[in-house]
Design a protein around this ligand. Structure first.
Ligand SMILES: [Zn+2]
Length: 177
């Protein structure tokens, strides 16, 4: 009977578990659409257990946790930089992830649920500032926590950070950074 080694590669897009020091990276991975387990209260042994059971890639700044994960045969990435674009570039060189923003694939940055597009924005009256409702046409709601997101001016910043991350990734590949 075929068996699967703990931590073996799964089919489909990578899933992540992010250590407590990297909350920003967890939010970015969710915006990019990757299933990302994050809690500010996870102990190292819990991170290792969840990664093993759910086939998640551990993303950490902690060398001790990284070494323990590797010794158990789990996939893990050690992050050594401090700014979001650098961290995204560093991670994407180790695990192939798309550094492109596509809100139709995004997950809720707060709770990791896939977002659902709201086609009739009149339903959002009272849940979104009237000016945003007036100005924008693309809205998403989180079915779990109820937060509403829209593609407004902040989305330009998201694209800019991702563009910077892609440029950094190319520089690192070429040995210039
Ligand atoms: Zn949510």
């Amino acid at each position: 009977m075929p068996t699967r080694r703990a931590g073996a590669r799964r089919r489909g897009p990578p899933r992540f578990i992010v250590d407590t020091m990297l909350g920003d990276l967890a939010r970015w991975l969710r915006i990019l659409g990757y299933d990302t387990h994050y809690s500010s209260r996870l102990e190292d042994w819990e991170i290792l257990r969840i990664a093993e059971e759910e086939g998640r890639v551990i993303v950490t700044m902690d060398k001790g946790l990284y070494s323990r994960a590797r010794r158990r045969g789990l996939r893990a990435v050690l992050i050594t930089t401090f700014h979001t674009p650098e961290r995204l570039a560093e991670l994407s060189l180790r695990v192939p992830i798309r550094l492109e923003a596509d809100p139709s694939r995004s997950r809720c940055p707060e709770c990791n649920s896939p977002l659902v597009r709201v086609t009739d924005k009149s339903r959002l009256r009272g849940r979104v500032p009237p000016r945003a409702l007036e100005a924008y046409d693309e809205f998403y709601v989180c079915p779990r926590c109820g937060r509403v997101y829209w593609i407004g001016s902040h989305w330009r910043n998201i694209r800019r950070v991702l563009e910077e991350a892609r440029e950094l990734r190319e520089k690192i590949r070429r040995g210039e950074a």
